[in-house]
Design a protein around this ligand. Structure first.
Ligand code: HPA
Length: 277
């Protein structure tokens, strides 16, 4: 059974390598409404997920489902334009298959972005927040089942899962940009797809969460299993349920994402040359 995953990743890696000779050093996962960064990739080879062997396909609007291999700020990158989520019916192992492929391509650093609801009332809608840590409230783990020692260790540490080096680098550059000093926070992941109730949000705040979303944590678990260095950035597309009198609206979540895309692009552009040590 563990062999399966290894062989399935090989097929995807071989397919991608046959499309481009560029060897990406950094991967970027673009979250809901944040796909625009992709427009700044030069010398891009675009590969629809549907063509890559064993890749899951995204079904949500705003996640166009393409892997771009190209250059961003002179750095060879692999950009996932869109991701799949557990609520689409994928198991955590299936949904994180692209992480496996990126890791097996020899990429050691990954920037994972997402749209999130702001639980911390000092956060503002439309701001970028660095993820400092997470709480996996999905009840699931993508590593459930036999471990393949070629991919990573059975038991491993998660205490610096969101690299303090990369967070410091992001802060240092953000201070010189429109985004200024960024807030940092703990991201709590729920399965979705329904947004939370106000009571859940109050409970999550008590648990120590600052942001809530439906992605990222399984990807980070798999990335750390493969010893990739992770930078996590949330875009606060809305204040979480019950924080403000308004209801949460998916279209607004996407719209706010669009408004901060240029800030995310500027930040990634600034840190990219230094992310590879
Ligand atoms: N809750 C969960 N996921 C989200 C939210 C939210 O409020 N906003 C964007 N993604």
């Amino acid at each position: 059974m563990p062999d399966d995953l290894f062989i399935r990743t090989n097929a995807a890696v071989d397919f991608i390598r046959a499309k481009t000779s560029l060897a990406p050093k950094v991967a970027i996962v673009l979250g809901s409404g944040l796909g625009e960064v992709a427009a700044h990739i030069t010398e891009a080879t675009a590969i629809p997920y549907a063509e890559i062997p064993n890749f899951p396909r995204s079904t949500v609007e705003g996640h166009s489902g393409k892997l771009l291999i190209g250059k961003f700020a002179a750095t060879p990158v692999a950009v996932m334009q869109g991701r799949v989520h557990g609520y689409e019916g994928y198991s955590p192992a299936e949904a994180t298959f692209p992480m496996r492929v990126l890791g097996r391509m020899g990429i050691h650093r990954i920037i994972i972005t997402n749209a999130a609801g702001g639980i911390n009332t000092s956060f503002t809608q439309g701001s970028l927040v660095l993820i400092r840590d997470h709480i996996n409230l999905t009840g699931l783990n993508p590593l459930t089942g036999p471990n393949d020692d070629r991919l990573g260790q059975r038991f491993f540490d998660m205490s610096d899962a969101y690299s303090s080096r990369l967070r410091a680098l992001a802060q240092q550059h953000s201070e010189k940009l429109e985004t200024g000093k960024l807030n940092e926070g703990v991201y709590i992941a729920v399965p979705g797809p329904s947004y939370e109730t106000p009571a859940e949000i109050r409970a999550f705040r008590t648990l120590g969460a600052d942001l809530v979303g439906m992605s990222t944590v399984h990807e980070v678990i798999v990335a750390r299993h493969m010893q990739m260095e992770v930078l996590g950035i949330s875009c606060v597309t809305n204040m979480a349920a019950g924080v403000l009198p308004e209801k949460i609206n998916h279209l607004e979540v996407m719209e706010i994402g669009k408004r901060v895309e240029h800030q995310l692009t500027a930040l990634l552009n600034a840190i990219m040359p230094e992310i590879v040590r």
